[in-house]
Design a protein around this ligand. Structure first.
Ligand code: FAD
Length: 392
C-alpha cells in the first residue's frame, strides 16, 4: 500500500504505539490529544514479554532496558499469614522461555519514551491540548489542514468519544472493583516482601500487588477490593473515606500488611471500568483500540499489553492490504484480535476468582498451587506471554 494519512485520537500507550507502528510503514500520522502536556503520576506497569517484544521491535529496546526493572520472580503470598503460596520465575527464565523480557516500570517512563520516539519520527505530528467530541472528529482533517485520513483510530481510553461513531460498540460498565495506587520507599517494606520480586498478596475479596520502580528504590503498590460505582470518572486523589474503606476491605489481612496500608502516603483511587465485547469498527474507516475498545480489569496486568498488541497488529494488517481492501483488513483484524482479547479477559476473570477466594475455595487454591512446579505455572502463561503479534 502507498503512504496514507492516519488520524489517531488519544496519545496514551495505545495511541503512541499505533503512531509509531504506522509511521514505520511509511504512513503520515496525526495524533490528537486533549492534555496540554503528557504526564502521569504515581503508577507502575507490568510489561509482559508479549508487549516488550513489540516495543523492542519498534526500536525502543535501549530505552526499555534502561527504564525497566526485570523482577526475579512473581510470587503469590497469602495476605492473611504472609506465607508464600507459589511463584513463577522471571528474569533470565522469562526472557529465555518467552523470547523477550518481563519487566516493571513507571508508566510515566514508558509514556515518555514513546513520546520521544514519536517526536523524533518525522512522519508523526502530535497535537496537544485538542480535546475532540464525537461530532467534531469528522472535521479533524480540515481543522488540522490535512487530507482526509484512510483511517481514524480511536485510542481515547475508557471514556472514548470516538466510540460514539461505531454502531454496536459497547459502553463502559463499573466492574465492582476499585484500586488504590501508591508507592513506598523500598526500605520500608522489606519486612514483608523481597523488593526484587513482583509480589501479589492474596486476601479475602482483596489483593495487593507490589513491585519495584525507580531503580528499585521505591515499591509500587496496587490494592484492589470491592467498591461502589462512582459514575463516570477517572483516577482521583483519595479522600479520607477511601482510606477507611480500604482498611475495612483489608481488615482480615496480616497486621504487617495492614500497617503498611494504614501508614502509606497519599494514594490515588481508581474505579475499575470495563468495556464489554462489542463492535470496534464502523466499516467506514473508524476503528477503536486499547481501552476504548475493550478496557479490562487489571487482574492479569494486560490492559496496556493488549493496547500495544492492538496498535502494532492494526498497522500491520492495514499496511499489508491493497488500498481497496482496507475495510476487509480491518474486519479481519477485529475478528482475530477479539479471540485474543477474549482469552485475556477470561484470564483476568480467573485471576480475580483465584486471588480473592475465601473459605474452602481458598484452601483448594492453595493446595493446587502447592503441587504445581514453577515451570508448570509458567507453562500456563505460554499462550499469553509467548504470543507473537502478527508481523513480528
Ligand atoms: C490499577 C491499574 C493497574 C494496571 N496495571 C497494568 C499493568 O500492570 N500492565 C498492563 O499492561 N496494563 C495495566 N493496566 C491497564 C492499562 O493502564 C490500560 O489498559 C492502558 O493504559 C490503556 O491505554 P490506552 O492508551 O488505551 O488508554 P489511556 O491510557 O486512557 O489513554 C487515552 C488517551 O486519550 C486521551 N483522550 C481521551 N479522550 C480524549 C478526547 N476526547 N480528545 C482527545 N484526547 C482524548 C487521554 O487524555 C489519554 O491520553 C492497569 C490499569 C489499572 C487501572
Amino acid at each position: 500500500m502507498s503512504a496514507q494519512n492516519i488520524t489517531i485520537v488519544g496519545a496514551g500507550i495505545a495511541g503512541l504505539v499505533t503512531a509509531l507502528s504506522f509511521a514505520r510503514k511509511g504512513h503520515e500520522v496525526d495524533i490528537i490529544e486533549q492534555a496540554q502536556a503528557l504526564s502521569e503520576v504515581g503508577a507502575g506497569l507490568q510489561i509482559s514479554p508479549n508487549a516488550s517484544r513489540i516495543l523492542i521491535d519498534l526500536g525502543l529496546g535501549n530505552s526499555l532496558s534502561k527504564a525497566m526493572i526485570c523482577p526475579h520472580q512473581i510470587t503469590l503470598v497469602s495476605g492473611l499469614s504472609l506465607r508464600k503460596i507459589a511463584h513463577v520465575p522471571c528474569g533470565t527464565f522469562a526472557a529465555a522461555r518467552w523470547g523477550a523480557p518481563y519487566g516493571v516500570m513507571h508508566r510515566a517512563d514508558l509514556q515518555a519514551m514513546l513520546i520521544e520516539a514519536v517526536k523524533s519520527q518525522s512522519r508523526c505530528r502530535l497535537h496537544l491540548n485538542q480535546r475532540v467530541e464525537s461530532a467534531t472528529i469528522p472535521t479533524l482533517p480540515e481543522r488540522l489542514g490535512r487530507p482526509a485520513p484512510l483511517l481514524t483510530v480511536g485510542a481515547d481510553g475508557v471514556w472514548s468519544q470516538t466510540r460514539h461513531l461505531v454502531p454496536g460498540a459497547n459502553s463502559p460498565r463499573f466492574s465492582g472493583q476499585v484500586a488504590w495506587r501508591f508507592k513506598m520507599p523500598a526500605d520500608g517494606v522489606r519486612a514483608i516482601l523481597n523488593p526484587g520480586n513482583v509480589t501479589a498478596f492474596l486476601g479475602t475479596n482483596t489483593h495487593l500487588v507490589a513491585y519495584p520502580i525507580e531503580n528499585s528504590t521505591a515499591i509500587n503498590m496496587v490494592a484492589i477490593a470491592r467498591g461502589a460505582d462512582p459514575g463516570q470518572t477517572w483516577a482521583e486523589r483519595e479522600n479520607p473515606t477511601d482510606r477507611v474503606n480500604l482498611l475495612e476491605a483489608f481488615r482480615e489481612s496480616h497486621p504487617d500488611l495492614l500497617s503498611i496500608l494504614r501508614d502509606a502516603p497519599q494514594m490515588t483511587w481508581w474505579p475499575l471500568f470495563e468495556v464489554p465485547d462489542g463492535r470496534w469498527s464502523n466499516d467506514a474507516g473508524t476503528v477503536l483500540i486499547g481501552d476504548a475498545a475493550h478496557a479490562m480489569t487489571p487482574f492479569a496486568a494486560q490492559g496496556a499489553a493488549m493496547a500495544i498488541e492492538d496498535g502494532y497488529e492494526l498497522a500491520q494488517a492495514v499496511s499489508d492490504a491493497a488500498e481497496d481492501e482496507v475495510r476487509q483488513a480491518v474486519t479481519q483484524y477485529e475478528t482475530r484480535r477479539r479471540i485474543r482479547i477474549g482469552r485475556a479477559r477470561k484470564r483476568a476473570a480467573f485471576n480475580r476468582f483465584a486471588y480473592h477466594a475465601r473459605g474452602p475455595v481458598r484452601l483448594g487454591r492453595d493446595l493446587l498451587l502447592a503441587v504445581k512446579s514453577p515451570e508448570s505455572l509458567a507453562s500456563d502463561l505460554d499462550w499469553l506471554y509467548g504470543y507473537r503479534a502478527a508481523g513480528l
